[in-house]
Design a protein around this ligand. Structure first.
Ligand code: B12
Length: 210
């Protein structure tokens, strides 16, 4: 089976097809990372390129995102006992006021596939909720914060400030990302790292744990 079939089903937005094809690929013995890297991720990138700035196509984007999510549910058990030993625990969330979850979910998927344990707090996550999660997971070593709206970058700044205040010894690494976020902004608010894509972020984070 070709991984493009999985990509196409995601582009078409039929999640049952996506699930069926993934099950079939697994049955044929295709490695999980191949399904992820060559089936799921390229499709999401294509969706982004095709529909990126055109709000007209939001239903298509949502349908494709659902395919990703449902497809990933099937891969999840395999990712958890993946090829890499668990590297570290990360806490992930989209900032308060922001409901965009597709990019954040991709970050979660890729970090999982790179061997991280991911605590996903979801979207619209307040400073308090981030701090609560950090307290509840003292073994976490990275916080990943996503913001897709210019208007919620203020929240991102505030959350970074609050985490720094709590974590005075700087045990935690903070990584930020999402459409309007830049390296310059990340430096300004005192985050440890920014990357444009989820893949780059996971690669960089692996570098923190040689
Ligand atoms: C889909 C979408 C929606 C969906 C979201 C559905 C969902 N469940 O997530 C819906 C319809 C709900 C929506 C609503 C709104 N949206 Co909208 N939306 C988009 C759209 C079209 C695609 C976003 C997306 O999912 N991209 C695909 C993913 C894979 O890409 P990504 O999120 O950028 O993530 C990648 C990187 O950024 C990075 N990344 C992301 N997070 C992180 C975190 C870390 C730590 C790291 C390292 C990396 C990283 O990794 C990802 C993959 O490599 C964008 C346009 C665009 N080009 O981005 C507008 C866009 C983001 N939306 C926009 C707006 C204005 C809104 C609304 C305010 C519209 C309105 N007037 O109601 C509302 C706000 C709702 C809210 N409170 O959040 C604007 C934001 C402008 C701005 N700069 O502020 C955009 C840019 C559209 C535009 N051109 O105007 N939206």
């Amino acid at each position: 089976m070709h991984m493009e079939d999985i990509s196409d089903s995601i582009m078409n937005g039929h999640y049952k097809d996506t699930q069926e094809l993934i099950r079939q690929a697994l049955k044929e013995g295709t490695p999980v990372t191949e399904i992820l890297m060559q089936g799921l991720l390229p499709a999401m990138r294509r969706v982004e390129e095709l529909y990126g700035n055109q709000t007209l196509y939001i239903p298509n984007i949502l349908a494709s995102a659902r395919c990703m999510k449902r497809g990933l549910e099937i891969l999840q058990p395999y990712l958890e006992c993946g090829e890499y030993a668990p590297v570290a625990k990360v806490i992930l969330g989209t900032v308060q006021g922001d409901l965009h979850e597709i990019g954040k979910n991709l970050v979660g998927i890729i970090f999982r596939s790179y061997g991280f344990e991911v605590v996903d707090l979801g979207v619209d996550v307040s400073e308090k909720q981030f701090l609560k999660a950090i307290r509840e997971h003292p073994d976490a070593s990275i916080v990943l914060i996503s913001s897709l709206l210019t208007t919620t970058m203020r929240e991102m700044r505030q959350i970074v400030k609050a985490i720094r205040h709590y974590d005075r010894e700087r045990r935690l690494k903070i990584m930020v990302g999402g459409g309007p976020v830049t390296q310059e902004f990340a430096d300004e608010i005192g985050a440890d790292a920014y990357t444009e894509t989820a893949l780059e972020a996971a690669k960089l984070a692996r570098g923190f744990f040689p």
